[in-house]
Design a protein around this ligand. Structure first.
Ligand SMILES: Nc1ncnc2c1ncn2[C@@H]1O[C@H](COP(=O)(O)OP(=O)(O)OP(=O)(O)O)[C@@H](O)[C@H]1O
Ligand SMILES: [Mg+2]
Length: 236
């Protein structure tokens, strides 16, 4: 069965000033699917997510989301359309409580109250710490908060930038489980960009490798040859 793409890009070219970083990137993500785009430092992973969200302009190519042409659409409209973005930088408010940070992710208090319990399955720790100041959470917990806030918007797609970066192995394993549960509980598709091979293959249905702004390899994450094909591209 061919799945209809929910989010797709065709021949994306983008960059900063006169220097292009993406040189014609194409991919597609189906409803409920998890796709991992892997690449080493500086290969353009964050630039790809920023281009999809509209923070960086696409100079060439097209982005389509939920059946409409979204090329050139502003970030706030992409968010309203149903794309949640968890950036690589920490963007939680350190001086607010966990609950106050979470409320920022919901369109109203009514919606917040109705949805917050659904985090129980995904990040139970967040519900235990609602009154705690966010700046006192560990690095891994702050990432959980970032993801929880994104989930409260009930997005159709989550774009997640290197969630495994800087985390301990036990936290990485917990995060992998949480992403699978998030997909089940909230019914969203997920696009992760990653350097962590094992994490990406555990979480994703499919992978693609981004090298110097181009997709150079693609496959099914469950394919026995995936790890060796990927290791070759991610070698330092
Ligand atoms: N705001 C910017 N202005 C100019 N160049 C930038 C900017 N942001 C990124 N770049 C350049 O674009 C290229 C790709 O960067 P990008 O952040 O997309 O890579 P990445 O794959 O996310 O890397 P990392 O794994 O380190 O996060 C790099 O050469 C980087 O220096
Ligand atoms: Mg990056």
């Amino acid at each position: 069965m061919t799945r209809v793409p929910l989010l797709s890009a065709e021949g994306l070219v983008s960059g900063y000033g006169g220097a292009m970083v993406l040189h014609g990137v194409s991919f597609s993500l189906a409803e409920g699917e998890i796709l991992a785009i892997l690449g080493k430092n500086g290969m353009g992973k964050s630039t790809l997510l920023k281009t999809i969200m509209g923070f960086v302009a696409a100079r060439e190519g097209a982005i389509s989301f939920a059946g409409q042409d979204s090329t050139g659409r502003s970030p706030h409209l992409m968010a309203r359309d149903g794309i949640a973005y968890a950036p690589q930088e920490f963007t939680i408010f350190q001086d607010l409580t966990v609950e106050e940070n979470l409320r920022l992710g919901a369109p109203s208090d009514t919606v917040f109250n109705a949805r917050v319990d659904r985090l129980e399955n995904v990040f139970p720790r967040m519900l235990e710490r609602l009154k705690q100041r966010a700046g006192t959470l560990s690095g891994g917990e702050q990432k959980m908060l970032l993801m929880s806030r994104a989930l409260l918007a009930e997005p159709k797609v989550m774009l997640i930038d290197e969630i495994s970066e800087g985390l301990q192995p036990t936290m990485i394993a917990r995060m992998a489980e949480a992403l699978s549960t998030a997909r089940e509980t909230f019914g969203c598709a997920i696009l992760i960009v990653e350097q962590h091979l094992a994490f990406a293959l555990k979480v994703a249905d499919r992978y693609a490798v981004l090298k110097l702004g181009e997709i150079v390899e693609e496959g099914a994450a469950g394919d026995p040859s995936a790890a060796s094909a990927l290791a070759e591209h991610l070698k330092v």
